[in-house]
Design a protein around this ligand. Structure first.
Ligand code: GLN
Length: 278
């Protein structure tokens, strides 16, 4: 098909969609909701009055459901500050990490911002625009208590769990390849599945971001220990669709204000714990 044809088709489809939406909006009197919105400050949003956040649950302490089913955590609290600044409310969409890190969810208008304990990487920077870093993280190796494994060498011939699509998985795969280690790396679709695998001895150790293990140990005392750390020097960033400079500025302004007025430290103390000396 020629490019002209594709454009023609796209335009016709768009005109048709607009006509249908007008008809629906007219009937229900809520056209605004369907076409997105713009804040007083001129930031375009996929849904009027709402800052829609894509995340991948569970990832405590950054985002997870509390007993009432509400999504809470460090990232949630920080994005709430952005929403307040924009005079809108945050709504959270739980979706696989792959669509978040590839930019697909932001590009398709599923959400305005991605907040998922997501590490800023050069590869991801090609498809996402990241905020200023808001958290420092490293990778950690967790094992059942009393079955500590300190090095990857000790895992040769054994099963090691990782979380699919994450920097932890990438780090382990690179180590295994570079050092030619015969470790059976097993990838799980989310953090809950990885932790379950470790708890039920399907793997002898599991790798994920350190704060996530610290949180798990707090919630399940005595079961698991952080046996080793890998200083990957990662930094988390929130992400917006490539080119969405207005929203990116709002995110960065909210982060900067929070760091200056003490809110960041308060939120850090609430969700992460004692802040390491700067
Ligand atoms: N920080 C890790 C990454 O960016 C894990 C993120 C997550 O699983 N939500 O890959």
């Amino acid at each position: 098909m020629s490019r002209m044809n594709m454009l023609g088709r796209g335009r016709r489809a768009a005109a048709l969609t607009a006509a249908v939406m007008l008809a629906i909006g007219g009937a229900a009197g809520c056209a605004k909701e369907d076409t997105g919105g713009t804040t007083e400050g001129g930031v375009a949003l996929v849904k009027a009055g709402t800052l829609t956040t894509c995340t991948h649950l569970p990832y405590a302490p950054f985002q997870s459901k509390d007993d009432s089913g509400k999504v809470v955590g460090f990232d949630v609290a920080l994005i709430d500050l952005v929403a307040t600044r924009l005079k809108v409310t945050q709504a959270i969409v739980d979706t696989p990490f792959e669509g978040i890190k590839s930019g697909a969810d932001l590009n398709s208008g599923k959400c305005d911002v991605a907040a998922a304990g997501m590490t800023i990487t050069d590869e991801r920077k090609k498809v996402l625009d990241f905020s200023d870093p808001y958290f420092d993280a490293t990778q950690a190796l967790a094992t059942p208590t009393g079955k500590e494994v300190k090095t990857l060498d000790e895992l040769v011939g054994k099963r090691l769990g990782v979380q699919g699509g994450t920097t932890g998985e990438e780090y382990i795969n690179t180590q295994v390849k570079d050092k030619n280690l015969k470790i059976e790396v097993v990838s799980y679709k989310d953090l809950a599945a990885l932790q379950q695998a470790l708890a039920t001895n399907q793997v002898v150790a599991a790798v994920n971001d350190l704060p996530v293990w610290n949180e798990y140990i707090k919630a399940n005392p005595g079961k698991v220990v952080v046996a080793a750390g890998f200083d990957t020097g990662e930094q988390y960033g929130f992400a917006v669709k490539k080119g969405n400079a207005e929203l990116l500025k709002a995110v960065n302004d909210a982060l900067a204000a929070a760091r200056t007025d003490g809110t960041y430290d308060k939120v850090y103390a609430e969700w992460i714990g004692e802040k390491p000396a700067a």
